[in-house]
Design a protein around this ligand. Structure first.
Ligand code: FDA
Length: 408
Protein backbone atom coordinates (compact mmCIF):
# COMPACT_ATOMS: atom_id res chain seq x y z
CA UNK A 1 0.00 0.00 0.00
CA UNK A 2 1.35 3.45 -0.91
CA UNK A 3 2.02 5.80 1.99
CA UNK A 4 1.91 9.59 2.08
CA UNK A 5 2.43 12.19 4.78
CA UNK A 6 -0.80 13.81 3.69
CA UNK A 7 -3.72 12.77 1.52
CA UNK A 8 -5.74 15.79 0.44
CA UNK A 9 -9.24 15.09 -0.90
CA UNK A 10 -10.52 17.79 -3.27
CA UNK A 11 -8.32 19.50 -5.86
CA UNK A 12 -10.16 22.83 -5.82
CA UNK A 13 -8.89 26.18 -4.59
CA UNK A 14 -8.06 25.11 -1.04
CA UNK A 15 -6.83 21.59 -1.86
CA UNK A 16 -4.44 22.70 -4.62
CA UNK A 17 -3.01 25.53 -2.54
CA UNK A 18 -2.56 23.31 0.50
CA UNK A 19 -0.88 20.57 -1.57
CA UNK A 20 1.56 23.00 -3.21
CA UNK A 21 2.65 24.62 0.05
CA UNK A 22 2.89 21.37 2.05
CA UNK A 23 4.80 19.65 -0.78
CA UNK A 24 7.27 22.51 -1.07
CA UNK A 25 7.79 22.47 2.70
CA UNK A 26 8.84 18.82 2.47
CA UNK A 27 5.69 16.73 2.91
CA UNK A 28 4.94 13.78 0.62
CA UNK A 29 1.47 14.69 -0.64
CA UNK A 30 -1.26 12.86 -2.57
CA UNK A 31 -4.05 15.05 -4.00
CA UNK A 32 -7.24 13.21 -5.00
CA UNK A 33 -10.28 14.55 -6.87
CA UNK A 34 -13.25 12.66 -8.31
CA UNK A 35 -13.53 15.08 -11.22
CA UNK A 36 -11.47 14.74 -14.38
CA UNK A 37 -10.37 18.40 -14.25
CA UNK A 38 -9.00 20.30 -11.27
CA UNK A 39 -10.59 23.44 -9.85
CA UNK A 40 -13.65 23.81 -12.03
CA UNK A 41 -15.00 26.47 -9.68
CA UNK A 42 -11.92 28.61 -10.14
CA UNK A 43 -12.39 28.24 -13.90
CA UNK A 44 -15.97 29.62 -13.85
CA UNK A 45 -15.33 32.18 -11.12
CA UNK A 46 -15.47 35.92 -11.60
CA UNK A 47 -17.10 35.55 -15.02
CA UNK A 48 -14.05 33.55 -16.21
CA UNK A 49 -11.53 36.04 -14.79
CA UNK A 50 -11.42 34.79 -11.17
CA UNK A 51 -11.82 37.44 -8.51
CA UNK A 52 -8.97 35.71 -6.68
CA UNK A 53 -8.82 37.89 -3.56
CA UNK A 54 -9.89 41.16 -2.03
CA UNK A 55 -7.23 43.64 -0.91
CA UNK A 56 -9.31 44.52 2.16
CA UNK A 57 -10.25 41.00 3.30
CA UNK A 58 -10.71 40.99 7.08
CA UNK A 59 -12.78 39.01 9.61
CA UNK A 60 -15.87 41.30 9.42
CA UNK A 61 -16.34 40.16 5.80
CA UNK A 62 -17.02 36.57 6.90
CA UNK A 63 -20.06 34.91 8.50
CA UNK A 64 -19.73 31.98 10.87
CA UNK A 65 -21.36 30.66 14.01
CA UNK A 66 -18.01 31.57 15.56
CA UNK A 67 -17.01 34.88 13.92
CA UNK A 68 -13.56 34.88 15.58
CA UNK A 69 -12.52 31.55 14.06
CA UNK A 70 -11.24 32.92 10.73
CA UNK A 71 -9.09 35.58 12.39
CA UNK A 72 -5.86 33.61 12.88
CA UNK A 73 -5.67 32.02 9.42
CA UNK A 74 -6.56 35.29 7.68
CA UNK A 75 -3.90 37.16 9.66
CA UNK A 76 -1.18 34.63 8.87
CA UNK A 77 -1.94 34.37 5.14
CA UNK A 78 -3.05 37.75 3.83
CA UNK A 79 -4.31 38.96 0.45
CA UNK A 80 -0.80 40.41 -0.02
CA UNK A 81 0.70 36.92 0.33
CA UNK A 82 -1.50 35.61 -2.46
CA UNK A 83 -0.90 38.72 -4.60
CA UNK A 84 2.85 38.13 -4.22
CA UNK A 85 2.38 34.55 -5.49
CA UNK A 86 0.35 35.79 -8.46
CA UNK A 87 3.06 38.35 -9.25
CA UNK A 88 5.82 35.72 -9.00
CA UNK A 89 3.97 33.80 -11.70
CA UNK A 90 3.73 36.98 -13.80
CA UNK A 91 -0.07 36.89 -13.95
CA UNK A 92 -1.42 40.34 -14.74
CA UNK A 93 -4.47 41.52 -12.83
CA UNK A 94 -6.55 44.58 -12.09
CA UNK A 95 -8.74 45.98 -9.33
CA UNK A 96 -12.33 46.25 -10.42
CA UNK A 97 -14.37 47.57 -7.53
CA UNK A 98 -14.01 47.80 -3.74
CA UNK A 99 -10.66 45.96 -3.53
CA UNK A 100 -11.71 43.08 -5.81
CA UNK A 101 -8.76 41.72 -7.82
CA UNK A 102 -9.38 39.92 -11.14
CA UNK A 103 -7.05 38.30 -13.69
CA UNK A 104 -6.60 40.42 -16.81
CA UNK A 105 -6.75 37.33 -19.02
CA UNK A 106 -8.39 34.24 -17.58
CA UNK A 107 -9.09 32.17 -14.47
CA UNK A 108 -7.01 29.45 -16.14
CA UNK A 109 -3.93 31.47 -15.18
CA UNK A 110 -4.67 30.93 -11.48
CA UNK A 111 -5.31 27.21 -12.00
CA UNK A 112 -2.08 26.79 -13.99
CA UNK A 113 -0.21 28.66 -11.24
CA UNK A 114 -1.55 26.37 -8.51
CA UNK A 115 -0.77 23.27 -10.59
CA UNK A 116 2.81 24.51 -11.15
CA UNK A 117 3.16 25.09 -7.40
CA UNK A 118 2.04 21.50 -6.81
CA UNK A 119 4.57 20.22 -9.37
CA UNK A 120 7.31 22.14 -7.55
CA UNK A 121 6.25 20.41 -4.36
CA UNK A 122 6.36 16.95 -5.96
CA UNK A 123 2.64 16.42 -5.35
CA UNK A 124 1.12 13.16 -6.67
CA UNK A 125 -2.27 13.61 -8.40
CA UNK A 126 -4.97 10.92 -8.62
CA UNK A 127 -7.75 12.10 -10.90
CA UNK A 128 -10.48 11.20 -11.62
CA UNK A 129 -10.54 9.05 -8.53
CA UNK A 130 -13.40 8.53 -6.09
CA UNK A 131 -12.77 7.96 -2.38
CA UNK A 132 -15.03 5.26 -0.93
CA UNK A 133 -13.95 5.08 2.66
CA UNK A 134 -11.71 6.93 5.11
CA UNK A 135 -10.88 5.15 8.37
CA UNK A 136 -8.51 5.50 11.29
CA UNK A 137 -5.61 3.03 11.21
CA UNK A 138 -2.88 3.15 13.84
CA UNK A 139 -1.86 6.78 14.20
CA UNK A 140 -2.86 7.56 10.60
CA UNK A 141 -5.64 6.83 8.10
CA UNK A 142 -6.43 4.29 5.41
CA UNK A 143 -8.49 5.26 2.39
CA UNK A 144 -10.24 3.05 -0.17
CA UNK A 145 -10.20 4.67 -3.58
CA UNK A 146 -10.83 3.79 -7.23
CA UNK A 147 -7.08 3.23 -7.48
CA UNK A 148 -6.91 0.94 -4.47
CA UNK A 149 -6.09 1.49 -0.83
CA UNK A 150 -3.70 4.20 0.29
CA UNK A 151 -2.30 5.26 3.63
CA UNK A 152 -1.91 8.83 4.89
CA UNK A 153 -0.46 10.01 8.18
CA UNK A 154 -2.79 12.99 7.78
CA UNK A 155 -6.00 13.53 5.80
CA UNK A 156 -7.24 16.92 4.62
CA UNK A 157 -10.84 17.36 3.53
CA UNK A 158 -11.03 20.11 0.89
CA UNK A 159 -14.14 19.02 -0.98
CA UNK A 160 -15.92 22.41 -0.86
CA UNK A 161 -19.64 23.09 -0.52
CA UNK A 162 -22.83 22.00 -2.26
CA UNK A 163 -23.23 24.76 -4.83
CA UNK A 164 -23.21 23.92 -8.56
CA UNK A 165 -23.55 20.13 -8.31
CA UNK A 166 -23.20 19.78 -12.08
CA UNK A 167 -19.49 20.61 -11.85
CA UNK A 168 -18.71 18.14 -9.09
CA UNK A 169 -19.95 19.53 -5.77
CA UNK A 170 -20.86 16.80 -3.26
CA UNK A 171 -21.68 16.42 0.42
CA UNK A 172 -18.58 14.24 0.91
CA UNK A 173 -16.90 16.62 3.35
CA UNK A 174 -19.95 16.86 5.61
CA UNK A 175 -20.36 13.06 5.59
CA UNK A 176 -16.74 12.51 6.63
CA UNK A 177 -17.09 15.18 9.30
CA UNK A 178 -20.18 13.45 10.74
CA UNK A 179 -18.50 10.05 10.54
CA UNK A 180 -15.70 11.35 12.76
CA UNK A 181 -18.10 12.95 15.24
CA UNK A 182 -18.05 16.58 14.04
CA UNK A 183 -21.09 18.82 14.26
CA UNK A 184 -22.38 20.44 11.08
CA UNK A 185 -23.91 23.91 11.08
CA UNK A 186 -26.98 23.55 8.87
CA UNK A 187 -26.01 24.28 5.26
CA UNK A 188 -27.90 26.64 2.94
CA UNK A 189 -27.31 28.28 -0.44
CA UNK A 190 -25.64 31.70 -0.14
CA UNK A 191 -24.60 34.44 -2.57
CA UNK A 192 -27.70 33.42 -4.44
CA UNK A 193 -30.63 35.20 -6.19
CA UNK A 194 -33.86 35.51 -4.16
CA UNK A 195 -37.23 34.40 -5.51
CA UNK A 196 -40.83 35.47 -4.76
CA UNK A 197 -44.17 33.76 -5.18
CA UNK A 198 -45.82 34.42 -8.52
CA UNK A 199 -48.56 36.68 -7.12
CA UNK A 200 -46.18 38.90 -5.16
CA UNK A 201 -43.87 39.17 -8.15
CA UNK A 202 -46.45 39.68 -10.93
CA UNK A 203 -46.31 43.54 -10.80
CA UNK A 204 -42.52 43.49 -11.20
CA UNK A 205 -42.03 40.86 -13.92
CA UNK A 206 -41.94 43.58 -16.58
CA UNK A 207 -38.87 45.04 -14.85
CA UNK A 208 -36.75 41.93 -15.61
CA UNK A 209 -33.31 43.04 -16.77
CA UNK A 210 -33.41 46.43 -15.00
CA UNK A 211 -30.39 47.11 -12.82
CA UNK A 212 -29.88 50.02 -10.40
CA UNK A 213 -27.95 50.82 -7.27
CA UNK A 214 -29.92 50.10 -4.09
CA UNK A 215 -29.40 49.76 -0.37
CA UNK A 216 -30.65 46.39 0.87
CA UNK A 217 -30.90 45.35 4.52
CA UNK A 218 -32.16 42.37 6.47
CA UNK A 219 -32.05 41.02 10.01
CA UNK A 220 -31.37 42.85 13.24
CA UNK A 221 -28.56 43.32 15.74
CA UNK A 222 -25.50 41.17 15.10
CA UNK A 223 -27.34 39.24 12.38
CA UNK A 224 -28.04 42.42 10.41
CA UNK A 225 -26.73 42.71 6.87
CA UNK A 226 -26.64 45.94 4.85
CA UNK A 227 -25.23 46.44 1.36
CA UNK A 228 -25.17 49.34 -1.10
CA UNK A 229 -24.61 47.68 -4.48
CA UNK A 230 -26.36 47.06 -7.79
CA UNK A 231 -29.67 45.23 -7.71
CA UNK A 232 -31.10 43.36 -10.72
CA UNK A 233 -34.78 42.58 -11.36
CA UNK A 234 -35.31 39.08 -12.82
CA UNK A 235 -38.38 37.18 -14.02
CA UNK A 236 -38.57 35.26 -10.74
CA UNK A 237 -37.25 37.80 -8.27
CA UNK A 238 -34.12 39.78 -7.46
CA UNK A 239 -30.45 39.28 -8.15
CA UNK A 240 -27.31 41.39 -8.64
CA UNK A 241 -24.50 41.98 -6.13
CA UNK A 242 -26.71 43.69 -3.50
CA UNK A 243 -29.07 40.71 -3.40
CA UNK A 244 -26.35 38.04 -3.55
CA UNK A 245 -24.69 39.73 -0.57
CA UNK A 246 -27.90 40.04 1.45
CA UNK A 247 -28.90 36.42 0.65
CA UNK A 248 -26.13 35.20 2.96
CA UNK A 249 -27.73 37.08 5.87
CA UNK A 250 -31.34 36.39 4.91
CA UNK A 251 -33.32 33.93 7.05
CA UNK A 252 -36.38 32.16 5.55
CA UNK A 253 -39.77 33.81 6.20
CA UNK A 254 -38.17 37.13 7.16
CA UNK A 255 -38.34 40.32 5.09
CA UNK A 256 -35.67 42.26 3.24
CA UNK A 257 -35.85 46.07 3.04
CA UNK A 258 -34.84 47.97 -0.06
CA UNK A 259 -34.10 51.64 -0.71
CA UNK A 260 -34.40 52.10 -4.46
CA UNK A 261 -33.11 55.69 -4.35
CA UNK A 262 -30.27 55.43 -1.83
CA UNK A 263 -28.64 58.76 -2.68
CA UNK A 264 -31.80 60.85 -2.44
CA UNK A 265 -34.21 61.98 0.21
CA UNK A 266 -37.37 61.35 -1.81
CA UNK A 267 -39.87 62.84 0.68
CA UNK A 268 -37.99 66.18 0.61
CA UNK A 269 -37.37 66.03 -3.14
CA UNK A 270 -41.02 65.35 -4.00
CA UNK A 271 -42.43 67.94 -1.59
CA UNK A 272 -39.99 70.53 -2.93
CA UNK A 273 -40.87 69.63 -6.52
CA UNK A 274 -44.55 70.11 -5.72
CA UNK A 275 -43.77 73.78 -5.01
CA UNK A 276 -41.63 74.46 -8.07
CA UNK A 277 -42.74 72.12 -10.88
CA UNK A 278 -45.92 71.84 -12.91
CA UNK A 279 -44.92 68.44 -14.31
CA UNK A 280 -47.05 65.31 -14.03
CA UNK A 281 -45.94 63.08 -11.17
CA UNK A 282 -45.08 60.26 -13.61
CA UNK A 283 -42.67 62.52 -15.50
CA UNK A 284 -41.15 63.93 -12.33
CA UNK A 285 -40.51 60.44 -10.92
CA UNK A 286 -38.93 59.35 -14.20
CA UNK A 287 -36.36 62.15 -13.70
CA UNK A 288 -35.41 60.66 -10.33
CA UNK A 289 -35.51 56.93 -11.17
CA UNK A 290 -35.21 54.76 -14.28
CA UNK A 291 -38.35 55.35 -16.40
CA UNK A 292 -39.41 51.67 -16.31
CA UNK A 293 -39.24 51.64 -12.53
CA UNK A 294 -41.18 54.90 -12.22
CA UNK A 295 -43.91 53.61 -14.58
CA UNK A 296 -44.21 50.31 -12.71
CA UNK A 297 -44.43 52.05 -9.35
CA UNK A 298 -47.23 54.28 -10.53
CA UNK A 299 -49.08 51.55 -12.44
CA UNK A 300 -51.40 50.86 -9.49
CA UNK A 301 -51.73 54.59 -8.76
CA UNK A 302 -52.84 55.69 -12.28
CA UNK A 303 -54.95 58.66 -11.15
CA UNK A 304 -52.00 60.11 -9.26
CA UNK A 305 -49.50 59.48 -12.07
CA UNK A 306 -51.46 61.68 -14.49
CA UNK A 307 -52.02 64.61 -12.11
CA UNK A 308 -49.60 67.53 -12.02
CA UNK A 309 -47.39 67.85 -8.96
CA UNK A 310 -49.16 70.87 -7.37
CA UNK A 311 -52.41 68.85 -7.35
CA UNK A 312 -50.84 65.94 -5.41
CA UNK A 313 -51.62 65.57 -1.70
CA UNK A 314 -48.53 65.71 0.53
CA UNK A 315 -49.46 62.47 2.20
CA UNK A 316 -49.70 60.68 -1.15
CA UNK A 317 -46.25 61.93 -2.11
CA UNK A 318 -44.87 60.78 1.24
CA UNK A 319 -46.52 57.37 0.82
CA UNK A 320 -44.96 57.05 -2.63
CA UNK A 321 -41.52 58.02 -1.34
CA UNK A 322 -41.78 55.49 1.50
CA UNK A 323 -42.84 52.71 -0.87
CA UNK A 324 -39.66 53.32 -2.88
CA UNK A 325 -37.24 53.91 -0.05
CA UNK A 326 -38.64 51.52 2.53
CA UNK A 327 -39.81 48.76 0.21
CA UNK A 328 -40.24 45.68 2.41
CA UNK A 329 -40.88 42.27 0.94
CA UNK A 330 -40.47 38.67 2.03
CA UNK A 331 -38.74 36.30 -0.40
CA UNK A 332 -40.32 32.88 -0.90
CA UNK A 333 -36.88 31.32 -1.19
CA UNK A 334 -33.67 31.31 -3.22
CA UNK A 335 -32.59 29.92 -6.58
CA UNK A 336 -30.89 27.13 -4.56
CA UNK A 337 -27.54 25.37 -4.88
CA UNK A 338 -27.93 25.30 -8.67
CA UNK A 339 -27.25 29.05 -8.75
CA UNK A 340 -25.56 29.72 -5.39
CA UNK A 341 -21.92 30.82 -5.46
CA UNK A 342 -21.27 29.33 -2.05
CA UNK A 343 -22.69 27.19 0.74
CA UNK A 344 -23.18 28.84 4.12
CA UNK A 345 -22.83 26.66 7.22
CA UNK A 346 -20.68 23.53 7.24
CA UNK A 347 -18.24 21.87 9.61
CA UNK A 348 -18.67 23.55 13.00
CA UNK A 349 -15.56 25.54 13.87
CA UNK A 350 -15.79 24.64 17.57
CA UNK A 351 -14.42 21.22 16.62
CA UNK A 352 -11.40 22.63 14.75
CA UNK A 353 -8.15 24.38 15.64
CA UNK A 354 -8.21 27.92 14.26
CA UNK A 355 -4.39 27.77 13.98
CA UNK A 356 -4.13 24.59 11.88
CA UNK A 357 -7.71 23.57 10.85
CA UNK A 358 -7.05 20.21 12.54
CA UNK A 359 -9.91 18.32 14.15
CA UNK A 360 -9.88 18.66 17.94
CA UNK A 361 -11.21 15.14 18.41
CA UNK A 362 -9.45 13.29 15.57
CA UNK A 363 -5.77 14.25 15.42
CA UNK A 364 -4.46 14.20 11.86
CA UNK A 365 -7.81 15.08 10.23
CA UNK A 366 -8.13 18.58 8.75
CA UNK A 367 -10.96 20.57 7.12
CA UNK A 368 -10.20 23.57 4.89
CA UNK A 369 -11.98 25.92 2.49
CA UNK A 370 -15.70 26.17 1.93
CA UNK A 371 -16.61 22.92 3.72
CA UNK A 372 -15.93 24.78 6.99
CA UNK A 373 -18.59 27.05 8.52
CA UNK A 374 -16.91 30.24 7.29
CA UNK A 375 -18.65 32.12 4.46
CA UNK A 376 -17.25 35.23 2.84
CA UNK A 377 -18.97 38.16 1.19
CA UNK A 378 -19.08 38.44 -2.57
CA UNK A 379 -15.87 39.99 -3.92
CA UNK A 380 -12.90 37.61 -3.62
CA UNK A 381 -13.35 36.86 0.07
CA UNK A 382 -14.23 33.19 -0.36
CA UNK A 383 -11.07 32.49 -2.31
CA UNK A 384 -9.06 34.35 0.33
CA UNK A 385 -10.55 32.02 2.95
CA UNK A 386 -9.65 29.01 0.78
CA UNK A 387 -6.01 30.23 0.43
CA UNK A 388 -5.66 31.20 4.10
CA UNK A 389 -7.17 28.04 5.59
CA UNK A 390 -5.10 25.97 3.14
CA UNK A 391 -1.89 27.71 4.18
CA UNK A 392 -2.70 27.20 7.87
CA UNK A 393 -3.15 23.45 7.44
CA UNK A 394 -0.21 23.09 5.03
CA UNK A 395 2.25 24.48 7.56
CA UNK A 396 0.97 22.00 10.15
CA UNK A 397 1.17 19.08 7.69
CA UNK A 398 4.73 19.95 6.81
CA UNK A 399 5.74 20.33 10.45
CA UNK A 400 4.41 16.81 11.16
CA UNK A 401 6.06 15.37 8.03
CA UNK A 402 9.51 16.63 8.95
CA UNK A 403 9.26 14.97 12.35
CA UNK A 404 7.90 11.66 10.97
CA UNK A 405 9.85 8.91 9.21
CA UNK A 406 7.74 9.07 6.07
CA UNK A 407 8.85 12.64 5.26
CA UNK A 408 10.80 12.80 1.98
P1 FDA B 1 -13.87 23.94 -4.44
O1 FDA B 1 -15.31 23.80 -4.77
O2 FDA B 1 -13.05 24.93 -5.15
O3 FDA B 1 -13.14 22.53 -4.63
C1 FDA B 1 -13.67 21.33 -4.15
C2 FDA B 1 -13.08 20.19 -4.95
O4 FDA B 1 -13.45 18.98 -4.32
C3 FDA B 1 -13.58 20.13 -6.39
O5 FDA B 1 -12.48 20.02 -7.28
C4 FDA B 1 -14.46 18.89 -6.40
O6 FDA B 1 -14.45 18.21 -7.66
C5 FDA B 1 -13.84 18.06 -5.32
N1 FDA B 1 -14.75 17.09 -4.71
C6 FDA B 1 -16.01 17.30 -4.28
N2 FDA B 1 -16.53 16.16 -3.81
C7 FDA B 1 -15.57 15.22 -3.92
C8 FDA B 1 -15.51 13.84 -3.60
N3 FDA B 1 -16.57 13.20 -3.09
N4 FDA B 1 -14.36 13.17 -3.85
C9 FDA B 1 -13.29 13.80 -4.41
N5 FDA B 1 -13.30 15.10 -4.74
C10 FDA B 1 -14.43 15.81 -4.49
N6 FDA B 1 -15.17 33.14 -4.83
C11 FDA B 1 -14.34 34.22 -4.88
O7 FDA B 1 -13.66 34.52 -3.90
N7 FDA B 1 -14.26 34.97 -6.03
C12 FDA B 1 -14.99 34.68 -7.15
O8 FDA B 1 -14.84 35.33 -8.20
C13 FDA B 1 -15.90 33.59 -7.08
N8 FDA B 1 -16.73 33.31 -8.13
C14 FDA B 1 -17.55 32.22 -8.08
C15 FDA B 1 -18.40 31.95 -9.16
C16 FDA B 1 -19.22 30.83 -9.13
C17 FDA B 1 -20.16 30.57 -10.27
C18 FDA B 1 -19.17 29.95 -8.01
C19 FDA B 1 -20.01 28.71 -7.97
C20 FDA B 1 -18.36 30.23 -6.93
C21 FDA B 1 -17.54 31.37 -6.94
N9 FDA B 1 -16.73 31.69 -5.85
C22 FDA B 1 -15.92 32.81 -5.92
C23 FDA B 1 -16.66 30.83 -4.66
C24 FDA B 1 -15.40 29.95 -4.73
O9 FDA B 1 -15.36 29.31 -6.00
C25 FDA B 1 -15.41 28.89 -3.64
O10 FDA B 1 -15.66 29.48 -2.39
C26 FDA B 1 -14.06 28.16 -3.59
O11 FDA B 1 -13.83 27.51 -4.82
C27 FDA B 1 -14.03 27.15 -2.46
O12 FDA B 1 -12.83 26.46 -2.52
P2 FDA B 1 -12.75 24.95 -2.00
O13 FDA B 1 -11.39 24.46 -2.39
O14 FDA B 1 -13.16 24.86 -0.60
O15 FDA B 1 -13.84 24.17 -2.87
Amino acid sequence: MQRFDAVIIGAGAAGLHCAGIAGQLGAKVLLIDHAAKVAEKIRISGGGRCNFTNRDAAPPHFLSTNPQFCRSALARYTPQDFIALVQRHRISFHEKHKGQLFCDESSDDIIAMLVRECAQGGVTHWQPCAVHDVRRSGDGFELDTDRGAVRGSRVVIATGGLSIPKIGATDFGYRIARQFGHRIVETRPALVPLTFDATTWAPFVSLAGLSLEARVTTGNGKARGEFLEDLLFTHRGLSGPAILQISTYWQPATPIRIDLAPHQNLPDVLLAAKKTSRRRLGNELAELLPRRLADTWLADRPDRAEKALPEQRDRDLLELAASLQRWELTPAGTEGYRKAEVTAGGVHTRGLSSQTMESQQVPGLYFIGEVVDVTGWLGGYNFQWAWASAAASARALAACATTSESGH
